[in-house]
Design a protein around this ligand. Structure first.
Ligand code: SF4
Length: 246
């Protein structure tokens, strides 16, 4: 793992999903097989495989303070092309510092992560207005998680984090995205932990080799996605969790 401390030129980027995105890191230790963010290698000159490098933007908080003074307030997605709570965040605390700045200045924030480390920042999140935290959980089956996301935290740890955040009164959501084999049992596991759920097929292009290697091609079928998503949506709605299939 190559870890560099870098000086970024800017931190508050325009986003197609929300108004802005803040990515305190370039690169991601979770190295998910299907990760679309690996395109970042092209823009940063990294030759290492995705997951083998992380650039920590150590001036991210300083830049953010300057940029929020100049830009029109809007909803900020933390992160988009990295996991803001990947293990290195424990050491650098860049996400924590950026979150503190955004919340203290009243900017609405959507955090999205696979990292239970997000629970560390409950003290900031609890007092935040218009802020929600999403855990990405694509399957209920940890054996499948190990095939597709071997470096990412176990499903049980993500569920515990989600529950803890929810109990603390923070608005929580789950991204079942990409929906992976073994997602069928997720509805029962999310009850009383999430306020809403998004289900998305997303882009399987990078991860198709995992399906082929493990004889899971049938789970790539559009019918599998549609049927599983519809069943999950029905069960989640029945337990009072608003659900959207994208
Ligand atoms: S956690 Fe997100 S950014 Fe990191 S490798 Fe997985 S999909 Fe990509």
């Amino acid at each position: 793992m190559i870890v560099r401390e870098i000086q970024a030129k800017s931190i508050l980027s325009p986003s197609k999903i929300y108004d802005y995105a803040v990515n305190p890191y370039t690169g991601c230790q979770h190295a998910c097989s299907y990760c679309y963010a690996r395109f970042m290698r092209r823009f940063t000159g990294h030759k290492e495989p995705w997951g083998d490098f992380v650039d920590a933007k150590i001036n991210a908080p300083d830049l953010l303070i300057l940029e929020i003074r100049k830009k029109k307030p809007g909803k900020v997605w933390v992160s988009g092309v990295c996991d803001p709570y990947q293990p290195l965040e424990r050491r650098f605390e860049l996400t924590r510092s950026c979150l503190r700045i955004l919340v203290d200045n009243g900017w609405p924030v959507v955090v999205q992560t696979r990292g239970p480390l997000v629970v560390r920042d409950v003290d900031i999140l609890k007092g935040a207005k218009n802020t929600e935290v999403g855990l990405t959980i694509g399957t209920a089956d940890d054996a499948m998680r190990r095939l597709f996301e071997p470096q990412a935290p176990p499903i049980s740890a993500r569920l515990r984090a989600l529950e803890e955040l929810h109990k603390a009164g923070i608005t929580t959501f789950v991204m079942i995205a990409p929906l992976l084999p073994g997602a069928e049992r997720l509805a029962g596991l999310l009850a009383n932990k999430a306020d809403h759920v998004l289900i998305d097929r997303m882009n399987y292009a990078y991860g198709t080799w995992v399906y082929r290697k493990h004889g899971l091609e049938a789970k790539l079928d559009e019918d599998y996605f549609r049927q599983t998503a519809a069943q999950l949506a029905e069960e989640l709605e029945a337990s009072g969790i608003a659900t959207r299939v994208i």
